[in-house]
Design a protein around this ligand. Structure first.
Ligand code: NAD
Length: 283
């Protein structure tokens, strides 16, 4: 049985949000897209339309709407996924806005890489209808989504979320007990932390670490290319949240990474990170 979700709202249409929107549209959901920045909305429209065209889903293009007013956007959505930057205060603010504008039955999910929804849920009244729904972009090649409860999430919300993940062609990765980093991200965090530490301490070059990783795992990209793809601002924020939770100095991201973020060297999206990028290719 298809679950009750028909219309999905994506709030924050940047790197991850636009991919979630495209994935939902490709699986026949009605999708609404909202971002505070109109240029990002335009960019998301190009990306989503391009993906639907490549799959020959021309009729589906009409099922995706783009909004500049949040209240209008959320009028009759069944599920909203927040994909705004990794900032707890901002996420709470956006959750509160969604809670005010969306219908009472609407489930609210966060795509946060590091914050459990239990840290955001105080911003809403509907604590039984919140979830972590954490994607692993690029979604077409990594079709899995961590799903985790808040303190009051109902079984019905959880099951609806799980079914929706299956209905968009992804594998639900169930987190049984709240933990920072969910399932795979937690494992990936440990590898990333060590890679950053080795680079910072000068034990090995980034190219060497990436090469070793690729040969051992059979993956096409090493940790430094992956981090450039994620965005070093996001990587830094996520590493900091692990550090804040543990208080362990070994979890603190290197100052050199902070400096790169402050310099605006954020990876592929700015053309420079650990590597130099031109149109998403290493130069
Ligand atoms: P991004 O910077 O590419 O996109 C965030 C978007 O949110 C921007 O377009 C911005 O304009 C918009 N925004 C900011 N404030 C807003 C507001 N008040 N209302 C509506 N839109 C607003 O970031 P991203 O990499 O897509 O990350 C977004 C979230 O997804 C973060 O929580 C991050 O941890 C998580 N995430 C990222 C990745 C990744 O690989 N980058 C993977 C999984 C999860």
């Amino acid at each position: 049985m298809r679950n009750k979700i028909k219309k999905v709202g994506i709030i924050g249409a940047g790197f991850t949000g636009k991919q979630i929107a495209a994935q939902a549209a490709l699986h026949d959901f009605i999708v609404i897209v909202y971002d505070i920045n109109p240029n990002i909305v335009e960019d998301a429209k190009k990306y989503i339309t391009g993906r639907l065209k490549r799959k020959n889903q021309l009729d589906t293009i009409k099922k995706v709407s783009y909004y500049s007013d949040l209240r209008d956007a959320l009028e009759d959505v069944d599920l909203v996924i927040e994909a705004v930057p990794e900032d707890l205060g901002l996420k709470k603010e956006v959750f509160s806005q969604i809670d005010n504008f969306a219908p009472v039955h609407t489930i609210i999910g966060t795509n946060s890489s590091s914050y459990p929804v239990s840290k955001i849920e105080s911003a809403v009244k509907r604590k039984d209808k919140v979830l972590n729904l954490h994607f692993y972009p690029p979604i077409p090649t990594r079709p899995m989504v961590d799903i985790m409860r808040g303190t009051g999430t109902s079984d019905e919300t959880f099951e609806t979320g799980k079914n929706w993940i299956k209905n968009i062609g992804c594998e639900p990765i169930v987190v049984k007990k709240e933990c920072l980093g969910f399932v795979f991200n937690r494992i990936w965090h440990s590898a990333r932390k060590e890679a950053l530490n080795m680079w910072d301490k000068g034990y090995a070059d980034i190219e060497t670490i990436d090469t070793a990783w690729k040969i051992f795992t059979g993956m096409k990209m090493g940790p430094f290319v992956l981090m450039d793809g994620i965005g070093l601002d996001t990587v830094y924020a996520v590493q900091m949240s692990y550090f804040e939770e543990s208080g362990d100095p070994r979890d603190k991201p290197p100052d050199a990474l902070k400096q790169m973020v402050e310099n605006g060297d954020l990876g592929m999206k700015t053309g420079k990170g650990f590597y130099t990028w031109k149109k998403k290719k290493k130069s």
